[in-house]
Write a protein that binds this ligand. Sequence first.
Ligand SMILES: Cc1cc2nc3c(=O)[nH]c(=O)nc-3n(C[C@H](O)[C@H](O)[C@H](O)COP(=O)(O)O)c2cc1C
Length: 210
Amino acid sequence: MKWRCLVCDYIHEGDEPPEVCPVCGVDASNFVKVEEDSSVKKLSPKEATPVEQLSPEEAMKKAVRSLSYGLFIISASYEGKDNAQTANTCFQITSEPVQLAIGINKNNYTHELISKSGKFGVSILDQNGHGLARNFGYKSGRDKDKFEGIKAHRGQTGVLLPDEVLGTLEAEVVEQLDAGTHTLFLGKVIAGEYLSQGEPMTYAYFRSKK
Ligand SMILES: Cc1cc2nc3c(=O)[nH]c(=O)nc-3n(C[C@H](O)[C@H](O)[C@H](O)COP(=O)(O)O)c2cc1C
């Protein structure tokens, strides 16, 4: 069943509308079933039912959840071992030179391989990338070879990159920041491929269809 937000047109899939619209933040009462909404007029943010009064802490949490992201497969290889993980935290920092930052949990096998090799690959998922996101995002490469059965090719830096993505970027780590549970790796991009046309996957789209 599909639900449309009357304020921002965000489409949610599920048996019930979402508690809070991940795009504009209004509550569930502002959603209508898509098949029944053709005659329903769009609301302005002022007309929408406000989300219930929130404590400052709850409001902050909901605001944080409203941040938008893409979705990526981060690859790393070291001494014959290949691995990759799903990540939403990847963003371009500078364009001259092109530098990317990624946020990787210190417990992840990918973290270990990036730290040892000083390199990582980023594969940009399209909206058909749910299978890849699940394959690389819900188990660790310490326990199994996540590339088994996945079409992939080797990049210039030696990392293994999935084939069925919009494009790939490979980077050398130039800085890293200890962010507690995670490390923020800053990488200078030294290679890239544009593999296919399509709509990039967003974190919100992945969650709405998973
Ligand atoms: C949608 C999605 C987004 C994720 N984003 C991140 C992220 O930004 N950073 C991170 O460290 N882990 C992220 N993860 C979790 C890792 O992909 C997951 O812990 C993975 O199993 C780690 O694998 P590894 O131990 O083989 O490196 C995400 C998972 C999913 C499903």
